[in-house]
Ligand binder design. Sequence first.
Ligand code: GS8
Length: 220
Amino acid sequence: MGEQVVLLGTRYSGFAMRARVALSEKGVDYEFKEENLGNKSPLLLQTNPIHKKIPVLIHNGNPVCESLIIVEYIDEVWKDKSPPLLPSDPYQRAHARLWADLVEKKVSASAMKVWTGKEGERQPAVEEFIDNLKLFERELGEKPYFGGESFGFVDVALIPFYSWFEAYEILGNFKIEEHCPTLLAWGKRCMEKESVAKSLPNPKEVYDFVLVLRKRFGFD
Ligand code: GS8
């Protein structure tokens, strides 16, 4: 009997994109179930009763929650399918986990302030966001990927933001390329990978979606 792999997510969620990229990297076939977060499915509530959030990976009936935990799970379960996302050396693994955690604590948190901020009041959030991206610009240095020569855990954690860059730039009135050219080149390089290109939505669609969200939550 074949494996059953289901991913509960939404098209524009960067957290769900991480799981999609990881599954595609490993060449795992999966069923994507689009959730309506305004009316969550019984399956989502049952598989993630604590947070009630997407993404949830359901592997042969077993739910796994939290995007970075899902990516690690995928890396462990389908370990023979492609080069590992996490390095085997314990110190390198710790380093990758630290930087993936920094994506959450620095990039994710400040990006949210940029797209939710009121018109005319976004400048401090933009500056914080750029400072945080610069941490990643420096960490990347001359390497093609955060994982070194090959695409890895930190790349998976950060790449979804690339599809949101245009929305942040328009709303925040700035250009990422002017501040972080190396990081932008990294994003373009990642997009050349099929696993990434097929898992990320078009930036224009993301921008339209952000405008819808801003209206829905009354940010305008
Ligand atoms: C965050 C998931 C999340 O915020 C992870 O998986 O890494 N730490 C988690 N999911 C959002 C949608 S994406 O913005 C979500 O499901 N929200 C529904 C809700 O809060 O009710």
